[in-house]
Design a protein around this ligand. Structure first.
Ligand SMILES: Nc1ncnc2c1ncn2[C@@H]1O[C@H](COP(=O)(O)OP(=O)(O)O)[C@@H](O)[C@H]1O
Ligand SMILES: [Mg+2]
Length: 342
């Protein structure tokens, strides 16, 4: 059984699930938002009486699913447990913490390959860490300052301008509620710098480009797409007007991206690059659970099939669940990292 951790409205999960079922595979959609209203969770950690195998089960009224027997897990869009029935905020916070512990403990009793291991997804999603590791595997990154210090930001912006360039600013992580595009720093933005101490912002050297390149890595496979004709900053604002096409990624960039995946212990990743006029590729970020249907539509790449292939045969991709970041990753054994219920 293949376990997909997401929710029913997730189109990406739907497509992959349909593909897997068409291949005759059993798929279980684990929607953590079913807890606690319409499902229960049970963990028998030592599996006494079960040949010493720990066991995790999810029970819906009509069905009991043994999660510990999963052959592969796709950590796609994990939801929060829904505790709206608990009115008292302290009690809700307590219950939330208990759910968090139970769920993350349960993951350890699902010892199959994960795409991606929870800890690897969590660690790799930090942009500060990405931009620090990327140059170590040979990728060019833009000059960057992540800061809550208005004076430091001002100096960074001035330095970019002094050499004839510009600076952009962007957020660390979008949420369901908040999404912000990357913007060029303009005079009006400078007036807001005094409030920077309230929350840090990413300032970055503006990288002029002829195209944005999206690279989707699935197991050992690399699917690259170019997006051109979009606005100068942030292609997502003009994706409808942009031209997309399959892109021939230089071998050395593909190798560097694979090395990045291995460093982070990721089996899946979606990378954003900028292609400059002189043909250089500049790394912006890697999304450990990034979207891919627009890549399929825009470049014809069979990403859904690639994902289904990996989930059916997870050991074939190589380095998939393993790879060590800071010595914490163990192949096939995801470790819990705090705060990662979302
Ligand atoms: N330093 C930069 N120079 C030029 N464009 C950028 C820069 N950083 C981001 N962009 C544009 O904004 C988009 C979103 O930025 P990105 O770094 O991928 O963050 P996120 O997707 O998390 O918002 C990029 O795909 C690119 O089009
Ligand atoms: Mg991006």
């Amino acid at each position: 059984m293949i376990v997909v951790i997401s929710h029913p409205a997730d189109l990406h999960a739907q497509r992959v699930t349909e593909t897997l079922r068409a291949r005759g595979r059993e798929v279980f959609l684990l929607d953590l938002a079913d807890l606690p209203r319409s499902a229960t969770l049970s963990i028998d950690p030592a599996g006494l009486g079960l040949a010493g195998q720990g066991k995790v089960t999810i029970r819906h009224t009509d069905r009991v699913v043994d999660l510990s027997s999963a052959s592969a897990v796709w950590w796609r869009r994990p939801q929060h447990v829904v505790l709206d029935d608990i009115g008292d905020p302290d009690a809700r916070g307590f219950a939330y913490g208990e759910w968090h512990e139970a769920i993350h403990g349960a993951y350890q009793l699902m010892p199959c390959p994960w795409m991606n291991p929870v800890h690897a997804d969590e660690i790799a999603s930090h942009k500060a860490f990405q931009l620090s590791v990327a140059p170590q595997v040979g990728l060019r990154v833009p000059e960057t300052l992540m800061t809550s210090d208005a004076e430091a930001a001002q100096q960074f912006i001035a330095r970019m301008e002094a050499r004839g360039g510009r600076a952009v600013y962007k957020i660390f992580a979008a949420t369901h509620q908040v999404w912000r595009e990357t913007r060029l720093v303009g005079p009006a933005d400078l007036a807001h710098l005094p409030s920077l101490h309230l929350a840090p912002v990413i300032f970055q050297e503006y990288v002029p480009a002829v195209a944005d390149i999206r690279v989707t890595l699935v197991g050992g496979r690399v699917f690259a797409m170019s997006i051109s004709g979009a606005p100068e900053v942030d292609f997502r604002l003009g994706l409808g007007r942009a031209q997309t096409a399959a892109f021939n990624l230089p071998a050395e960039t593909a190798t560097a991206l694979q090395a990045l995946m291995e460093r982070f212990g990721l089996a899946y990743g979606a990378v954003d690059l900028r292609l400059t006029a002189d043909g250089e590729l500049v790394f912006l970020e890697i999304n450990p659970a990034g979207e891919f249907l627009f890549v399929e539509a825009g470049a014809g790449h069979p990403v859904t099939e690639g994902l289904a292939d990996w989930l059916c045969n997870p050991t074939a991709a190589g380095g998939a669940a393993g790879g060590a970041v800071g010595g914490v990753a163990t192949p096939g054994a995801p470790l819990p990292v705090g705060g990662a219920l979302a």
